[in-house]
Design a protein around this ligand. Structure first.
Ligand SMILES: [Zn+2]
Length: 150
């Protein structure tokens, strides 16, 4: 997709969800959309190159996440990562927060973040506790890096 096509597509997606179009919303969405991988808040800020301040970027990320456009995950260093939801199931993602039910794996060597197969790891909560979401991240070395280390 060319930049123009991406922009048009994003404007269309936002309008579909009745989100008003602003320059910041379209630009920030385009950055995550074209990244096509997990991207951190710092990476996004770096890419917008001070065109928008941190608070603006953060507000746009929250809006996109609430509307199911983004998957979000927080690693052990409390760094947030975002990835565009290209499944088209924004409604479902917004309502059910299904991505949060996944278990993630972050490679300490190459930084790649993968979603692990299987829906959820069974965590047995003490009596009286209710789970509303889980966001589990395992760190270590991925298949590529583990073989290189041996
Ligand atoms: Zn790796």
């Amino acid at each position: 997709m060319t930049d123009d096509t991406v922009t048009r597509h994003i404007v269309h997606l936002l309008k579909e969800r009745s989100i008003s179009i602003t320059d910041a919303r379209v630009r920030i969405t385009a950055i995550i959309y074209t990244a096509d991988k997990w991207i951190s808040l710092a990476d996004i800020l770096h890419t917008v190159n001070n065109e928008f301040d941190r608070a603006t970027v953060y507000r746009v990320l929250c809006l996109l996440h609430e509307n199911g456009f983004l998957y979000k995950l927080v690693d052990m260093g409390k760094i947030s990562y975002y990835m565009f939801n290209k499944t088209g199931n924004v409604e479902q993602v917004a309502q059910k927060e299904r991505p949060l039910e996944h278990t993630w794996f972050k490679c300490l060597n190459c930084g790649r973040i993968s979603v692990l197969p299987g829906d959820d790891i069974a965590v047995h909560l003490p009596e009286g506790f209710t789970k509303t979401a889980s966001n589990l991240l395992i760190s270590g070395y991925c298949n590529n890096c583990a073989s290189a280390r041996n």
